[in-house]
Design a protein around this ligand. Structure first.
Ligand code: C5J
Length: 225
């Protein structure tokens, strides 16, 4: 079985029972004018993850590994958005309000979709989630069970919010999670650093952390570029 050079210890995985999960690489978080920017964030901090994730996707698809994408967002009538979440952000630039790329974080809007560089390939599941974690109020758990997946390679944004919440949910459900440091991003460099340290601390309390190059180098037909 492949073994990845990782923190806090080598990560061993089986290709057929491992999935890559790409979290919320949506225009609303990564592009200027989206929800992330309306909250006052510098989207440049997230955009550095696009190229390594693109290379990772190429390698993982070539190796035949399962790939799953997620998108955070809500129904057009906002019936799945808790009032407490709706009330956050700059007034008039909140979830559901009109933004430069359509209604902010609303399913079906341009800004809600995944950035062109990382568009899902035909047949790759896209999980729409109303919360921060990818398991809450979605069919992800059932999908993974159906595919016999037991380990997750986790990428996406943001490190301390949806990536962390998903890793914690997965950890509690018995999955082994490897987080790829250069393919996850935070608007805040200090959260990025501590968020990654928290995953691998205390002997891997939530999982393992490695670089995408270290992971790709273990794939049977892995070629990163
Ligand atoms: C946030 C996310 N940060 N995908 N969402 O609101 O991390």
């Amino acid at each position: 079985m492949p073994v990845v050079d990782a923190q806090p210890s080598p990560f061993t995985f089986d290709l057929t029972s491992t999935a890559l999960i790409v979290i919320d690489m949506q225009r609303d978080f990564l592009e200027p004018g989206g929800f992330g920017e309306t909250l006052g964030n510098d989207v440049g901090q997230l955009r550095r993850t696009i190229e390594p994730t693109r290379a990772l996707l190429r390698a993982v698809r070539a190796a035949g590994m399962t790939v799953i994408h997620t998108r955070e967002g809500h129904k057009p009538d906002l019936s799945d958005c808790p009032p407490a979440k709706l009330a956050r952000g700059v007034p008039s630039m909140r979830i559901g309000d009109p933004g430069p790329m359509g209604r902010i974080l609303i399913q079906g809007e341009y800004g809600h979709d995944i950035v062109d560089e990382l568009a899902p390939a035909p047949g790759e599941p896209v999980i729409d989630k109303p919360g921060k974690g990818a398991f809450y109020a979605t069919g992800l758990g059932e999908l993974l069970a159906h595919k016999g997946i037991r380990s997750l390679v986790v990428t996406g944004v943001t490190t301390e919010v949806c990536v962390h919440t998903t890793v914690r949910e997965a950890n509690d459900r018995g999955f082994e999670c490897l987080v790829l440091a250069d393919c996850v991003g935070s608007y805040f460099p200090e959260f990025q650093e501590v968020g990654l340290r928290m995953i691998a601390a205390q002997g891997g309390i939530f999982g393992w952390v490695a670089t995408s190059t270290a992971f790709v180098s273990t794939l049977p037909v892995g070629v990163a570029s």
